[in-house]
Design a protein around this ligand. Sequence first.
Ligand code: ZN
Ligand code: ZN
Length: 191
Amino acid sequence: MSQEPAAPGSPGQGCRCPAIGGRSGALVFAHVPVTVAVTPARYLAAMAMDISGEWWRGENAADLAEYLEELAAGGYRVDRTAEAVCTDCDGRSFRLRADPLEGAVERTCVGCGQVLRMLDSGDFWEDAEPEEVVCPCGADVFDVVVGFSLHADDEVRWVSVGVRCITDGVLGCCADWKINYGPSSHLLELA
Ligand SMILES: [Zn+2]
Ligand SMILES: [Zn+2]
């Protein structure tokens, strides 16, 4: 499975999780087919992740990281993952606004209200048209894990922002985008 990388200067192209409607004005992440390069038996043996239904579900951030690795957004292997943790209160639950076309995500900690534009989203925020991210179940609080695809020199090639609904465990990817500049390794600390 391969996909052409986005052209330079067009972050966000290649995103496989467009809005599919839902709550008015909100971004609902799209279904990722279970047939995407998956070996179900492996999961049944090793993981708590449930891929039997229309939506994949996970129990924790580790399941979400595995989901991002299977998704391989942009067609690239995910080499590293990092869970989003609030730098003020150590909270791990967030509300999100995302623009999957521009490639930008803002997270708000539900514990303390800290707002952070993830990764390099701040650089693109002026051009973004962010929408609230909502699970198909209607809930809007998520665990968040970032997947990084790296070049051989550890520069970042592609990022994907995974979400796990804390209400029903549904897994999704609300945005992914290409990183077409360097140095970029600082992004690994900006989940
Ligand atoms: Zn916080
Ligand atoms: Zn949900």
